[in-house]
Design a protein around this ligand. Structure first.
Ligand code: FAD
Length: 374
């Protein structure tokens, strides 16, 4: 039987970051993914600079042949209202394509890769796991995204959870489409739904255009998405019909999730643990950070991978993402009658101060949280 110390199910940003850290410390890892890479992932592809620092990405190397769009500002608004432009006069984020980014991280992590192979079975045998009846692993890390099969072994039932539902499309624009598209690459546009239960984005990354919308109530998502696409057309932002179909996916936000993330010889990271930031839905940074923290917990457990020893990981996650993440709209919602929230939000979103200091600096850029260091 094949064997490794740590087997990671899922080669997205969470899994590859965890493997990268473990391999650097000399831990023998395998990544198992049901897809072959490069593969696409439904995502806006917006990342904050902390991600680059935490993963020590060499920008000169990354930009060779890959899309890497610097972002220096944002236009924000409530759909239908005037836009507020915030200019940082400096790079505050980047746009990447998941097709390229995830493959880059996976190939450089030095882990053994078993791709195009789904997790079919997971059995406990003494203090080890037997994966797909073929590989023995001391620790299994679930990094398989929202529907991660490892999460099911920890009792997760996705049908009982309230997830954010989001839809997105991305395509390379023709020269004619580029000429008629008024979205500026450096300045992505964010459009909040009038009821504040979600937001849409329109994001140009080099020659690629990414449009999407996410909401807390999945049932009304299709109507909001089509209304948003109409709005982009009516406001002459994107005048042509996108040549690709819109695709959907789901994720959990950290303060809302009740997933059990640790067991004997097993942990969940990234979307499998339900870690996206509540206001922005940014999930790549929490995925990467949880991968790095899980690696730290494995190393600290020093070969004894009981639930008690791995519990340290849960504490590290709470220290990192803890109380500060409780949703602003939920907190305000508890104190104010609902009839007051929409006009108040409309007024606040129309001010430069709130748009910059709260919406962008706190909710989207997490400017107050420094990158994790080794
Ligand atoms: C529409 C939309 C837009 C988003 N936009 C952004 C954004 O702009 N910025 C941002 O930071 N976040 C964004 N997010 C969230 C972000 O995409 C996720 O948080 C992030 O991808 C989580 O990374 P991960 O590694 O945990 O999981 P994933 O990236 O989902 O990777 C999971 C991997 O597991 C594999 N897998 C799944 N099941 C199995 C199985 N049975 N066996 C083996 N392998 C399996 C999959 O093939 C996949 O490769 C967005 C999400 C959505 C839905």
């Amino acid at each position: 039987m094949d064997s490794c110390q740590v087997l990671i199910v899922g080669g997205g940003p969470a899994g590859s970051s965890c493997a990268w850290q473990l391999e650097k410390a000399g831990v023998n890892t395998i990544i198992l993914d049901k897809r072959t890479f490069p593969r696409d992932k439904v995502c806006g592809g917006w990342i904050t600079p902390a991600v680059i620092r935490e993963l020590e990405i060499d920008i000169a190397e990354y930009t060779r042949g890959r899309v890497f769009q610097p972002i220096t500002g944002f236009r924000t608004s409530r759909i239908g209202d005037s836009q507020i432009e915030t200019d940082y006069a400096d790079t505050v984020s980047y746009g990447i394509r998941r097709f390229e980014f995830d493959d880059f991280l996976l190939q450089r992590c030095d882990s053994r890769l078993i791709l195009g192979t789904p997790l079919k079975s997971l059995e406990r045998s003494g203090n080890a796991w037997i994966v797909n009846g073929e590989i023995q692993a001391e620790v299994v890390i679930g990094a398989g995204g929202h529907f991660c099969p490892v999460a099911r072994f920890l009792g997760v039932k996705t049908s009982e959870e309230t997830a954010v539902a989001a839809q997105e499309l991305e395509f390379e624009m023709s020269s004619q489409q580029r000429d008629s598209c008024s979205i500026d690459g450096n300045i992505p546009e964010l459009y909040f739904c009038p009821d504040l239960k979600g937001y849409g984005w329109c994001f140009r990354k080099g020659n690629f255009l990414n449009i999407g919308l996410g909401r807390l109530d999945a049932h009304s998502l299709p109507a909001h998405v089509s209304g948003f696409l109409e709005h982009l057309k009516d406001s002459s932002k994107v005048t042509f019909d996108p040549p690709v179909a819109i695709r959907g996916h789901a994720y959990l936000i950290f303060r809302e999730t009740k997933r059990n993330i640790v067991g004997d010889g097993v942990m969940l990271i990234g979307d499998a643990a339900g870690l996206a930031y509540s206001q922005s839905g940014e999930g790549i940074r929490p995925a990467i950070e949880s991968g790095l923290l899980a690696a730290k917990a494995v190393l600290a457990a020093d070969g004894i991978y009981t639930r008690e020893r791995l519990e340290n990981y849960r504490k590290m996650l709470t220290d990192r993402f803890g109380e500060s993440e409780s949703s602003w709209s939920t907190r305000v919602g508890r104190r104010l009658p609902s009839a007051m929230i929409q006009p108040l939000a409309r007024w606040l979103l129309g001010t430069h101060w709130f748009s910059r200091n709260v919406v962008l600096d706190q909710w989207f850029l997490h400017a107050q949280e420094p990158a994790l260091t080794a």
